[in-house]
Design a protein around this ligand. Structure first.
Ligand code: ZN
Ligand code: FE
Length: 241
């Protein structure tokens, strides 16, 4: 395994992720909402930043970018199709592209739904998925710009990924998501166990992420929805919950 990811808490419930490639020492930040916590993490990791990966244009995912660019001059990576709403991109990517990071590569998925221009990154080496605000533990992103059909299709793109894949999502929403998930699926013992674990982690001030895709496949109602219609009904119910 070469690529590892560490959660950097930002704002009230955001996670930015510090990526490290152990072969080359390359370092990257994903979705920096703020510069200061990112700088503290980067300095603790050796004081260089090679890349910034952006999943979408919301301020709680990009507002830290300008100060990090000025200080470290990293390559900024984001969706070519949404470039007009993003900080200046050095590498503008599309679905299916492979982005070099150290000795590893990230695969790009187009994942519209939360926003039209949302993308996700997957590192097969290390098994790390960076879904931004597309997929959360026990939940999924709100539909600000795309349709339920868009989001359902976006989540289906993760179906080929291994169960051991680590989901490094953009927010700590798991405790609230667990309440809704349990209301939908009260007899799911894997979900009951996860909800208990989440309560204990949050009571101890710890992150509930990363979580494996295999665990989410057993517990996340949005990954368990079988059809776009089921998914749309579920998403509407969550919005009103
Ligand atoms: Zn967002
Ligand atoms: Fe967000």
């Amino acid at each position: 395994m070469t690529v590892t990811a560490i959660a950097i808490p930002m704002l009230t419930d955001n996670y930015s992720w510090l990526l490290h490639d152990s072969i080359t020492g390359a370092t990257a930040i994903v979705d920096p909402a703020e510069a200061a916590p990112a700088i503290a993490a980067i300095e603790a990791a050796g004081g260089k930043l090679d890349a910034i990966f952006i999943t979408h244009h919301h301020g709680d995912h990009i507002d830290g970018v300008p100060a990090l660019v000025e200080r470290y001059h990293p390559q900024v990576i984001g969706n070519a199709a949404d470039a007009q709403r993003l900080p200046k991109l050095d590498i503008a990517v599309r679905e299916g592209d492979l982005v070099n990071f150290g000795a590893a590569q990230a695969q790009v998925f187009d994942t519209p739904g939360h926003t039209i221009g949302h993308i996700a990154y997957y590192f097969p080496d290390g098994g790390i998925l960076l879904p931004g605000d597309t997929l959360f533990s026990l939940g999924c992103g709100r539909l600000f710009e795309g349709t339920a059909a868009d989001m359902f299709a976006a989540l289906q793109k993760f179906a080929p990924l291994p169960d051991a894949t680590l989901i490094c999502a953009g927010h700590e929403y798991t405790a609230a998501n667990a309440k809704f998930a349990l209301a939908q699926d009260p007899n799911n013992t894997a979900l009951q166990a996860r909800a208990t674990e989440v309560s204990a982690l949050r009571a101890a001030g710890k992150a509930t992420l990363p979580v494996t895709l295999g665990q989410e496949r057993q517990t996340n109602p949005f990954l368990r929805a079988k059809t776009p219609q089921d998914f749309a009904t579920l998403r509407k119910a969550k919005d009103l919950f």
